[in-house]
Design a protein around this ligand. Structure first.
Ligand code: GUN
Length: 295
């Protein structure tokens, strides 16, 4: 049996249609236009591609966007000044500072400077604390996108054994917190594996839902997956370029072999990736509503 493909491209498109309708309603009924500020420091090509996609997505949905590309040698205090200005700009509902940042800038300090009311990335410690406590907040985009993929992909999470491989602050830790909440689309029993885990396969083989977020191409092989499991591949490893210079991506899962064991699987590209951007758009709309007491 070959696994059912859970298409992030299709599910993201559904959510985009819902957001489009909501954005039109906000404008027509309340005169509110959501706005996203993107800040990118330096010229890392991958970061530029990601931010470019975020800006394009804003344009296609009717979200106002303002991009602030800053030189690599930008000082931390100049960046903090810009964030402070944007914190008070009524046209800006959400602020995104693309990471990684150059070494002279402290990432934690920058995330702390963004107003929690405009923290559409969900990286501020206040947002993280609220998430852990199960309080309403901005959820980080990739983990929230994974939850939406499971819900809309028809995968039962209640009581499921979820095993996450990778403990990053952006994916592993938050997705564990989200899926363990006592809530719809969650309520799972969650295990996180990492570089010091003694026997990763012993854990992954118990997983009803296996989430791979380690950043190593094809790390999850077919012998690590339980028959009938759902496999979510968060990996976006660049393994080369096409002659036209387009990045060739490979997931953390050995897709061709694992799809013969799993019941459902997300592809790379076209799985988690499109969900990350659409959840950023959803958070920006949510921030605009929050700013106008429309939640
Ligand atoms: N770099 C890689 N992923 C992300 C993300 O989701 N948000 C930000 N701000 N930077 C990133």
């Amino acid at each position: 049996m070959t696994a059912r493909i859970i298409s992030g491209t299709e599910i993201a498109q559904q959510i985009r249609e819902e957001l489009k309708a909501e954005i039109i309603h906000l404008k027509e009924q309340h005169g509110v236009v959501p706005g996203l500020a993107t800040i990118i420091v330096g010229d890392d090509p991958a970061s530029q591609t990601y931010v470019g996609s975020k800006i394009k997505s804003c344009q296609s949905l009717g979200i106002f966007s303002a991009n602030f590309p800053l030189p690599n040698e930008t000082s931390e205090s100049d960046l903090l000044d810009l964030i402070e200005k944007l914190n008070h700009d009524p046209k800006i509902s959400g602020i995104l500072v693309q990471v990684p940042l150059p070494s002279q800038i402290d990432e934690g300090c920058v995330m702390m400077a963004i107003s929690p009311d405009k923290d559409v990335d969900g990286f501020h410690p206040v947002s993280a604390g609220r998430m852990v406590a199960g309080q309403p907040t901005f959820l980080p985009c990739t983990p929230h996108g994974i939850q939406e993929l499971l819900i809309r992909g028809g995968v039962e999470t209640k009581g499921a054994e979820v095993v996450i491989v990778g403990r990053s602050n952006i994916v592993g830790k938050p997705v564990a917190n989200i899926l363990m909440q006592k809530a719809n689309g969650a309520n799972a029993t969650v295990t996180i594996c990492h570089s010091a885990t003694r026997d990763i396969s012993a854990h992954t083989l118990r997983a009803d839902i296996l989430i791979a977020a380690i950043g190593k191409p094809k790390f999850i092989t077919a012998d690590m997956v339980k028959a009938g499991a759902t496999v979510i591949d968060v990996g976006t490893n660049e393994i080369g370029k096409t002659p036209a210079g387009k990045r060739i991506l490979c997931g953390d899962v050995d897709f061709d072999k694992v799809k013969e064991v799993a019941a459902a699987i997300t592809p790379v590209p076209g799985g988690v990736g499109p969900m990350t951007i659409v959840m950023l758009m959803a958070n920006t709309v949510k921030a605009a509503k929050l700013a106008h007491q429309l939640n």
